[in-house]
Design a protein around this ligand. Sequence first.
Ligand code: IDC
Length: 340
Amino acid sequence: MKRCLQVVLVVFLIFISCKKNNSSAMENDDIENVDSNSAVGTYGQLSVRGNKIVNKNNEPIQLRGMSLFWSQWMGQYYTKETVSWLKEDWEVTVVRAAMGVDEGEESYIYRPEIEKEKVFRVINGAIEAGVYVIVDWHSHHAEDYVEEAKTFFSEVAQKYGNQPNIIYEIYNEPLDVSWDTVLKPYHEAVIEEIRKYDANNIIVCGTRLWSQRVDEVISNPIQQDNIAYTLHYYSSTHKQELRAIATLAINADIALFVTEFGVSEASGDGVIDVSEANIWWDFLDENKISWCNWSIADKEEASAALYPGASGTGNWSNDEITTSGKMVKTELKEKNQDFK
Ligand code: IDC
């Protein structure tokens, strides 16, 4: 009898250990309760092929959605209700959590747990809603915080790397620092850390001058799979000259992701140039470039999508949505029709 119990115990232990080993192999098949009509339910695991982002069947796709504002200054919108409202009412297929890294004493460097929790709330909301989520290291000086970036992204990759929802944006906007000697080494260090735990989700890398010089990557790209590069624009300031730079990169088979753009001026405020905003949208559609608009915020500035006081749990009426917000919401609802 004793021997019999021993055998049962051994078999049980072997079973448990097999299950455990299997869980990393299962990785992205292991998605529970994902709504099959949602963006993530439909597209599944994304990857990069040439200059395109493709779905699980290797077909080029384009995501469109909203960026939240700096987490340390607009934390009220880092909620699962905001994400769910953006999916249901604005029909986004992607949201962006812009974690403020080093601006002011409330940023991640000074209070990592608080800012991290906000980002995790958005990620959880995105997983529940079946939309993709960009985890953005929102900094202009990330090369000064390499260790902190590695720690943060390592944790995100360990916690969420098995979910196809995750897109890493490891450096929002570098300033005037060299691609070859500063930015590429920074990206490689952070990518190495992420890839220890997440073999395939896309990593988007920032480029010199507020993520505009995507052409500088052409002669020295990162030699890894599933890497895209950040292109940012504000359509009342950046026009044909920036599209020309983007075209150089696209023609060199570089995959671009507009993780942030505004229909305002580069300050985030000023005039809205409707016709230039439309020229940009046409350009992005022609090249199947995914985008997120800046921003879900109720600050008094032209790029904010909401008027002051709009709630942190969605349910925004038309009167609470600004000119920019209305333009972008219309574009989203027209173009993201597959995910009604
Ligand atoms: C801007 C906000 C503005 C805030 C400023 C602080 O809109 O209210 O005072 O940050 O630096 C970017 C950045 C993004 C900027 C945005 C508009 O990624 O953080 O937000 N912008 O200036 N790049 C180009 C423009």
